[in-house]
Design a protein around this ligand. Structure first.
Ligand SMILES: [Cu+2]
Length: 273
């Protein structure tokens, strides 16, 4: 049955074509900001280059193993003579220790290489010592099922009476280092900004700093990447990256006015009562 080897070969060719096409498709991996650039943050570029290196290594291994696989299934296909007897006798052998050592050491070496190679990127995204020394933009609390975002009010300080609250609505300014504090009120959530390649679990009882930047203004997605209950899908927020500080401040002022107005109407009893 030589046909099988042809089928396996075609499947492998299809996979490789998909690999090769992927980087040229605008939404090839996670949402992107048009083409080019695929990615709009410092960490995003580092993460994507790590991703490409791993894709390259696994791609080479895939192509190599598929070639051997297709060749073997073609070369050693079951063949019979006119009377239906096999042309070849199967042979048993015990395996090769040398080969096993080789194919254990090579993947181990590749894993060690990747582990060491990504350390710098990991440190710059996750080590608290790498956090930018800037005042926090906001405190973001995940809860079933929304992101509650608390910005400092006019006094510029978080956790004071004049803070601004929004739901699922994150704003910041492009080309600025952004620092937020991440919390959870109930269960595990995961703060995920796909366009910036930022993902961090929100853990009940912990306040976790998260930092990022963006070199492009626009509107993108903020999602929860941890199945956190029946309404998990509702934890989809909007990220607005403003062109400049003034534009951002205008938005903050508008929201603050809105917030104060609604608080006033709540505090004032309706007429005639
Ligand atoms: Cu969630």
């Amino acid at each position: 049955m030589r046909y099988w080897s042809v089928l396996f070969g075609l499947a492998a060719v299809l996979c490789v074509l998909a690999f090769l096409y992927a980087p040229f498709s605008p939404d090839w991996w996670v949402p992107t900001a048009g083409t080019p650039p695929h990615v709009i943050s410092t960490f995003g570029r580092e993460i994507d280059s790590l991703f490409l290196i791993i894709l390259f290594i696994t791609g080479i291994v895939f192509i190599g193993t598929q070639i051997v696989f297709v060749w073997a299934s073609y070369r050693f296909a079951d063949e019979r003579d006119a009377e239906g007897r096999p042309l070849r006798q199967a042979q048993y052998f015990h395996g090769s220790q040398r080969l096993e050592v080789i194919w254990t050491i090579i993947p181990a070496a590749i894993l060690v290489f990747i582990a060491l190679y990504q350390m710098g990127t990991w440190a710059s995204i996750k080590f608290r010592s790498a956090a930018p020394r800037v005042p926090p933009l906001a405190e973001i609390t995940g809860r079933q099922f929304q992101w509650v975002i608390r910005y400092p009010g006019p006094d510029g300080k978080l956790n004071t009476g004049d803070d601004l609250f929004t739901e699922n609505d994150l704003h910041f300014v492009k080309n600025h280092q952004v620092l937020i504090y991440l919390k959870s009120q109930d269960v595990l959530h995961s703060f995920y900004l796909p366009i910036l390649r930022i993902k961090q679990d929100a853990v009940p009882g912990m306040t976790i700093p998260v930092w990022f930047d963006s070199d492009t203004a626009g509107q993108f997605e903020l999602v929860c990447a941890e199945l956190c209950g029946w309404g998990h899908y509702k934890m989809r927020g909007k990220v607005t990256i403003h062109e400049n500080e003034a534009e951002f401040q205008k938005w903050v002022d508008g929201q603050l006015a809105e917030q104060n107005r609604s608080q006033l109407t709540m505090a004032t009893p309706p007429e005639g009562r």
